[in-house]
Design a protein around this ligand. Structure first.
Ligand code: AQP
Length: 333
């Protein structure tokens, strides 16, 4: 008996090095989802250009993100993996959706407000970012989108755009649901306050070597109230302890918790254990990434084949959307 698998879509921006926030909050779950869903994953380069970026660095960033994703387990026999700009239908559908999206809704998006504060000149692209995101998802008639808390507002707008478009042109696009998997964690950056973000200088890179991990983690902020080695610490307000949750065994965590609270261990020891455990846990991904980096042609082939498979789904959806909107019908009956 064959059961049709529900379709999932998600994307990641090539705006910097893939980090543990991306991995724990998204990529690791994306891999798990490939067991039960038809998964479409996209490197969203058109989103990444909505904030200032270095033109000559972008191709390398796309390549590096592709390496990280494939090395993490998103092999082409498990999912469709491609680059957004290789499938021009994303932009075409976005334009159609722009015509049904209320301007006021875009200005209210939290991410737009945050990001527009960080740039000197705010582009229309930054404002329209969630419309492109709606097109990304609906172009594949995806039913589920694995999202973190930060993306819920955008997904709600996607649903609203689908409703408005369907209301005007006839029921066609699904209203996708959020797929919350795992602890739905929001990983904090090295400062222990802000979200770990590619575009901020606060990340632990997914592909860092053991030495790099030790040196990056050494700089992380722990319990701010613990000023000296002899002060007892509070693991429950410590970002390092929360990362132990993803990489250390229960026994190790219990021991660290108890010995931190009694100041038997200091933050240096706790950080070193974490760095070692991350290095060990992620060694297979790092090794696979090293192999893949040496095979740029293989990465190009994976992405090109992925774009072909994505377009095969996207083209008929686009044709239907044009048709329902009365476009491209000149001379037809
Ligand atoms: N710190 C995080 N904790 C949990 N999940 C996270 N994600 C990102 N950062 C964290 C999830 O990773 C997926 C891909 O993210 P993205 O590249 O589309 O954009 P983002 O959320 O804006 O990621 P960054 O790293 O913060 O990029 P920049 O700095 O360019 O804005 C998403 O599912 C996201 O939820």
């Amino acid at each position: 008996m064959t059961t049709e698998r529900k379709r999932v879509f998600s994307g990641i921006q090539p705006s910097g090095e893939v980090h543990l926030g991306n991995y724990l909050g998204a990529v690791k779950n994306w891999v798990d989802l490939t067991d039960d869903y038809e998964c479409i994953y996209c490197i969203v380069d058109l989103h990444a250009i909505t904030i200032p970026y270095q033109v000559d660095e972008l191709p390398e960033r796309v390549f590096d993100v592709a390496v990280s994703l494939v090395a993490s387990g998103l092999e082409p026999d498990r999912c469709i993996l491609f680059v957004q700009s290789h499938v021009p239908e994303h932009v075409e559908l976005q334009w159609l959706f722009n015509t049904v999206t209320p301007l006021g809704d875009l200005g209210r998006m939290t991410q737009f407000k945050d990001k527009s504060e960080r740039v000197e000149s705010v582009s229309a692209g930054l404002l329209n970012y969630p419309v492109l995101q709606a097109a990304d998802i609906l172009l594949y008639l995806a039913e589920y989108v694995p999202v973190g808390e930060d993306q819920r507002q955008h997904l709600e707008l996607t649903r609203e755009i689908a409703r408005r478009w369907n209301g005007r042109f006839g029921e066609y696009f699904p209203e996708p649901d959020a797929l919350i998997i795992g602890p739905g964690r929001r990983v904090l950056g090295l400062d222990g306050v802000a979200k770990m973000s590619k575009s901020q200088d606060n990340i632990i890179p997914l592909l860092a070597t053991p030495d790099e991990l030790a040196s990056v983690i050494r700089t992380a902020v722990t319990d701010p109230a613990r000023k000296r080695r002899d002060d007892p610490g509070n693991p429950h307000v410590c970002n390092i302890f929360s990362l132990h949750g993803a990489f250390s065994t229960t026994a190790e965590r219990e021991e660290i918790e108890a010995r931190c609270q009694t100041a038997e261990i200091g933050c240096v020891d706790c950080k070193l254990t974490l760095a070692n455990n991350i290095a060990e846990n992620l060694a297979p991904i790092r090794d696979r990434a090293d192999e893949l980096r040496a095979k740029p042609r293989l990465i190009r082939e994976i992405l090109s084949e992925g774009a072909g498979r994505a377009r095969a789904i996207a083209r008929p959806v686009m044709a239907e959307a044009y048709d329902r909107m009365g476009l491209r019908r000149v001379g037809s009956e």
